[in-house]
Design a protein around this ligand. Sequence first.
Ligand SMILES: Nc1ncnc2c1ncn2[C@@H]1O[C@H](COP(=O)(O)OP(=O)(O)OP(=O)(O)O)[C@@H](O)[C@H]1O
Length: 304
Amino acid sequence: MIEVRELTKTYGAVAAVENVSFRLEPGVINGFIGPNGAGKSTTMRMMVGLDRPTSGQCLIDGRPYQDLDAPLRSVGALLDVEAIHPGRSGRDHLRVLARTHGIAARRADELLEMVGLGDVGGRRVGGYSLGMRQRLGLAAALLGDPAALLLDEPANGMDPDGIIWIRSLLRSLAREGRAVLVSSHLMGELAQTADRLIVLGRGRVLADAPVAELISRNATRTVHTRTDRPAELERLLREHGSAVARRPDGTLEVTGMAAGDVAALAQRSGILLLENVTVAASLEDAYLALTQNHARHLAERLPQ
Ligand SMILES: Nc1ncnc2c1ncn2[C@@H]1O[C@H](COP(=O)(O)OP(=O)(O)OP(=O)(O)O)[C@@H](O)[C@H]1O
């Protein structure tokens, strides 16, 4: 189990990460999301000792990363694929890492195959595409068969096949009982893959909850209604307290009234509905509501 306790990192006057706390439990995929510059990478770097926290700590099975006997077996991290030596072949990169950690060279070859780089393992990393470097970084993270994985935007640069592959890889790693923390800006992807979401905004944790709970707490469902008398229905809905927006295809997007109540109201006024469906809120809606509310609160607190 990984426990992040009140991690803080300041650069001069800027707090990149402020009092961030969360836990990563075995078998759970945690999505790590937040606007650019929210502090996700800095948090992950501090978790594996690549950045020194200003205060707070991260404990891995009760110990800081630096004190682990076999760190690669406890935590595998994919943080900065640009840092991989460009002159080395992918195979050599993995073999060097394996050797320095007492892992058999055979494991490096197995992983190259597993991440789909079997045919290009002998080529220099400098000639790899971003997606290929991400695959190599994933192989390196998995080298020690770790109990936990920290992956910073692993889908970045991946083609659609690669994205689907990562999704099923993360699921199977979690099924094997590993704890996963994966940052991404791909909301649809996280909605499908993650069990929980940790949302950061300007260095602070804005939410830490199961995906479904985060959506239901922060975004409202809407009703999409189509009729041949839209202006009339729109007026009626507004009179009954609903918010209504016109969609480009002429459909009314209704917030604040259930689909059944929209239908009943229309029927009482003799308005025929051609379509009337409830549209579930998406993770994207919830994320935008959460981060925009936070930004608004901060702006309101600033002196005018
Ligand atoms: N070495 C550094 N020196 C100064 N400021 C830094 C340094 N590293 C990060 N920061 C600042 O810390 C903040 C958090 O950056 P970080 O890269 O952790 O965010 P992020 O959530 O990973 O962003 P993104 O989604 O763009 O990858 C930003 O304001 C960034 O400018």
